[in-house]
Ligand binder design. Structure first.
Ligand code: URA
Length: 236
């Protein structure tokens, strides 16, 4: 097995482990000689973090993708570490990159207003992105960047154990659910993400561009709030 193949295998194992799979089947042809252990493959230890703080400390100097070189600040996530609801956006923009906090620019201000509509503020929920670093010129995330970064988000979700996850926009939902479904096809239904209810609504930046999406987004958030309120307490 050459270095490139080994790296590919390492990435695959990382993702699978962070998705919760602990045993892997590898065909004979792709097994490195000798015993395979996570340690031997040089896998980072972030997955062993026991708190969001520990996780952030472990990963905040990440250079796993080129965005590690161009970012100003690493944008880990913000909010209640014990939140029932986790909102997931796409990637930090200029303001988020400067401040190191997700959704603090125009889209973030709108998100705050939308939360207020359902009686919440950003300290009640947790907010993160599928990428922790800003793509230059706010371009779409590259799939290699998401492959490197998504395990961090998955680990955050495992630590928070929310009742509901709400994807802000199509991109985050497609990457987390590993689907190519359109936003229209995903909106208005519940998905199951490893036992956690998962829904999708419009990205606040899309609402800023197309005002008429607001009514639908608020309808989605009201449904979300109703579902969370109707779920039994104490099951976290
Ligand atoms: N858009 C996002 O998807 N995330 C942010 O943090 C800011 C804008």
């Amino acid at each position: 097995m050459d270095r490139k193949e080994k790296n590919k295998l390492k990435k695959y194992l990382l993702l699978q482990r962070d998705l919760g799979f602990e045993e892997f089947y590898l065909p004979e042809s792709s097994r490195p000689a000798g015993k395979i252990t996570v340690k031997r493959l040089g896998i980072d230890r972030f997955s062993e973090a026991e708190s969001l703080f520990q996780l952030e400390t472990t990963i905040k100097r990440c250079k796993r993708c080129p965005l590690g070189k161009t970012r100003t600040k690493f944008v880990f996530g913000v909010g209640n570490p014990d939140a029932d609801i986790v909102f997931i956006g796409e990637a930090p923009g200029r303001d988020e990159d400067l401040q190191g906090i997700p959704f603090v620019g125009r889209a973030g201000k709108l998100l705050d207003k939308m939360l207020a509509e359902i009686g919440l503020n950003r300290n009640d929920v947790y907010i993160a992105n599928i990428l922790k670093c800003r793509p230059p010129e706010n371009r779409d995330p590259e799939s290699e960047e998401v492959d490197e970064c998504l395990p961090y988000l998955i680990k955050q979700i495992k630590l928070i154990k929310p009742k509901v996850i709400c994807s802000l926009g199509r991109v985050a939902a497609q990457r987390i659910l590993q689907t190519t479904m359109s936003l229209g096809a995903m909106r208005g239904r519940w998905f199951d993400y490893h036992g956690i209810k998962f829904m999708v609504t419009y990205h606040p930046a899309a609402i800023l561009r197309t005002n008429s999406y607001m009514a639908g987004a608020l309808q989605d958030l009201r449904r979300l709030a109703k579902t969370v309120n109707s779920m039994e307490n104490g099951s976290k």
